[in-house]
Design a protein around this ligand. Sequence first.
Ligand code: ASP
Length: 603
Amino acid sequence: MLKTIQCGELRPEHSGQEVTLAGWVNRRRDQGGLIFIDLRDRWGICQVVVDQETAPDAHNHASNARNEYVIQVVGKVRMRPDGTSNPELATGDVEVVASEIEILNAAKTPPFYINKEDSIDEVVRMKYRYLDLRRPKMQRNIVLRHRVIKFIRDWLDAQGFVEVETPILFKTTPEGARDFLVPSRLQPGKFYALPQSPQQLKQLLMVAGYERYFQIARCFRDEDLRGQRQPEFTQLDMEISFVEREDVIQLNETLMRALVKAVVPEKRIMEEPFPRILYQDAMEWYGSDKPDIRYDLRAVDVADLAGQSGFAVFVNNVAEGKPVKAMRVPGMAGNLSGTRLRTVAAELEDMAKAAGAKGLAYMALPLEEDGEVRGPVGKFFTVDQKLALFERLGAQPGDLILFMSDRREVVWAVTDALRPHLAKELGLLDPTLLGYCWIVDFPEFLWNEDEQRWDPSQHLFTMPMPEDIPLLDTDPGAARGSQYDMVCNGFEVAGGSIRIHDRALQEKIFPLIGQDMDSAREQFGHILEAFEYGVPPHGGIAWGIDRVVAILAGEPNIREVIAFPKSQTGSDVMSGTPSSALPAQLEELHIKLDLPEEEEIEA
Ligand code: ASP
């Protein structure tokens, strides 16, 4: 080894020892006869002192070194002189007095500071990802990711799970996205599909008798990269035989709780056991099936009261059976001036409109007992109606009350758009808090208006709730699936279901989702056939590992916890991926390109 100890590991107990260090120059301060180098490796930073008088050669090399040079230092550890300790560094009580220094590799001036937590342009970070990953914060994230995965592996192993690798080159496994296709050279004209998840294979492993399977699995979905999606991402994929919904929920909750305690003990889980919320309630209260429950801000049904008011919009909507919901925003009205209140309300209304609403009515409650309720709709409610409303909402002086009334789906969308914004404004987002919950009782299908058919709300292998199976024939939209999602801080972190394990029932699903039996057999014949050879009842789940790690790391974006992520256009800007193929490669695959004009020129 070119080093005998890690820079970040030096402590007072090493004082007096001769050590060899190697790492990167984080910073160098030249004070003439003395040069100080902060030397960095993955374990941390320590201070090296080079004295021209006692070590002239070392001093000479040190004066040539620049930031990010890779150097090796031989020297003796000593306590720092009184009053010069650095409490910011774990190694801050000691320093290494260098006797020899060797420059192992020089470095150009990096395009951004490695040694400062500056905000850096994302494109530059991605282009020089290897330098970005060198930054201590990124190293912490990547190491945390390793810890998370290691903990999961060890924990599941102790529970009798086996990790089985499933192929990347496979057949379409739909999870609602587009497949990435890979042309086959040996069978011209045929294609593999990269798996959107190992769903079918894990179910086949249950048929094969493995009973407890998991995999840290890479999944591929060719979607437009809205928000934070990545075309390839990592799941903890899991499947278990002879289980019911409750078993899968319990096991995963136990694992998540143990994981949090092991890897981020400084974080606090808001409620244990994780609360269970029915899908329908989540939509009605929060407008989302992945609500952030760290704050309440919920939509409350006030249709009965609003329908009695003199406000025509509410009255008409109620008559048409549309909801009227009110959300109490604690203290938001406070003592805002009239102008400021109108500006705040207009901003919120713009957000509501962007979510599909026609407007957003409000009432601002005064701080004083005898003050006036402000806002355009107040006058349409009698004093008693207002009191009943405030009581239902638990309203307090200074609160802002927002009203949403439209089609059910629009009210959901508005609620979902406003909640996180308001929470941020009110400072309700506690970064140390983990608000886990389970969402259960999803509908088995969601209506696809464009295609005029049902879509599976999870995927086509989800077992309907046993008591709802007869509804498949009469009212599929009312059937609930045995699906469960684990949600944390407003993100779905895991989702799964008990599966159909009966061929006849599975075959019933295809026509409902608009797939004819011939194409279903062509695509899924292998699994249908397997269902005739003794299938254990089974169920499973998949965790979005990137999201789980991002939340535990306190990072808003999953790109911060993926070593080499793709950009919004699906590229790796560092390597220039995707790139053109050589004509000879295409020929071998019998592929002719037929690109629109400009793109051909660009390519
Ligand atoms: N395969 C599903 C997914 O990737 C999860 C599951 O049902 O286990 O979302």
